[in-house]
Ligand binder design. Structure first.
Ligand code: 3HC
Length: 292
């Protein structure tokens, strides 16, 4: 199974990152978006990131060579000859099903379909297509160009060769792939989400302040970011959504959203992207804890 051309659905934070690492690894890439303005925004982020890598001497080829492999498109016909299509659109199961079932008719029959979802059932989305056997999860981590991991997710319907091809594809991107199965949250979020929610509960119970809990985990465990910095980085809306899907699946308290998380989301404080979350980013270089 030869993968030469990669299709990416969505040019947001994750989609643009996946497109960038694919082009850097030598693949031709087509990114599909609903509107040119989303492509422009995503490609501007890619340009910035590629420039950073080039500046540090971490690109094997000139930026222009990598960039020339990346194309944007607003109609799905542009993906017709892709060998693998990786979806990174909104975390909404109906939208994902609608998108993949429409693609089924336009993309060549033996192309692999992959979803970058962090919590939605791959099996359910795969079942909306005529190729559930050629469907996997490929879960990347933010920021995609820097994070080494990719979770490769098998459903009960995934063909073994397709799964191995997806695993090898992950490797070819310079990532470290891990094999996992379609259980909500896979490996990372299964462990990470209860940890982050517990940090919020610890704060609510007065165990420590936001910066003290962050420093404790950063300096005591050698984590690159404390839990509140990470929550703001991932996005509180995203985390809240994941907790819902995971709680729905397992009905266990460890996956339930603490009231404070819900309040922050209701207030529109989603973390870094809105300028406010557990920290206030009025001065992005010096975030201060929010008064909570
Ligand atoms: N492209 C290129 N370079 C980038 C970049 C990008 N997208 N993002 C950051 N950089 C550069 C920075 O500019 C900086 O360069 P400099 O040294 O020349 O100034 C360098 O990378 C290091 O970045 P920082 O100084 O900002 O900080 P760190 O050394 O802490 O590294 C980090 C940043 C890699 C994000 C690190 O903090 C980290 O690993 N944090 C944890 C991230 C994490 O856990 N992500 C997973 C979230 S969970 C998830 O995604 C799953 C989902 O389902 C929820």
């Amino acid at each position: 199974m030869q993968i030469k051309k990669v299709g990416v659905l969505g040019c947001g934070l994750m989609g643009s990152g996946i497109a960038q690492v694919s082009a850097t690894a030598g693949y031709d890439v087509v990114v599909l978006e609903q509107d040119q303005k989303f492509l422009d925004k995503g490609f501007a982020g890619i340009d910035k990131s590629l420039a950073k890598f080039a500046e540090k001497g971490k690109l094997k080829e000139p930026v222009e060579t990598v960039r020339a492999r990346l194309k944007g498109a607003t109609t799905r016909e542009a993906l017709a000859d892709c060998d693998i299509i990786i979806e990174a659109i909104i975390e909404n199961v109906d939208e994902k099903k609608k998108t993949f079932s429409a693609l089924d008719a336009t993309v060549k029959k033996d192309a692999i379909f992959a979803s970058n979802t962090s919590s939605i059932s791959i099996t359910e989305v795969a079942a909306s297509t005529k190729r559930p056997d050629r469907f996997v999860g490929l879960h990347f981590f933010n920021p995609v160009p820097l994070m080494q991991l990719v979770e490769v997710v098998r459903t009960i319907a995934t063909n073994d060769q397709v799964f191995e091809a997806a695993y090898e594809f992950g490797k070819s991107l310079g990532k470290v792939p891990v094999r996992t199965s379609d259980k909500t949250g896979f490996i990372v979020n299964r462990l990470l989400v209860p940890y982050m929610l517990d940090a919020i509960r610890a704060f609510e119970e007065g165990v420590g302040s936001i910066p003290d809990i962050d420093n404790a985990m950063k300096l005591g465990c050698g984590y690159p970011m404390g839990p509140f910095t990470l929550l703001d980085f991932v996005g509180l809306d995203t985390t809240y959504y994941i907790t819902h899907v995971m709680f729905e699946e397992f009905k266990e308290r460890r996956f339930a959203s603490p009231p404070l998380l819900k309040r922050l989301v209701m207030a529109g404080w989603y973390g870094r992207k809105t300028g406010k979350g557990f920290y206030d980013y009025a001065d992005p270089a010096n975030p201060v804890p929010s008064r909570l």
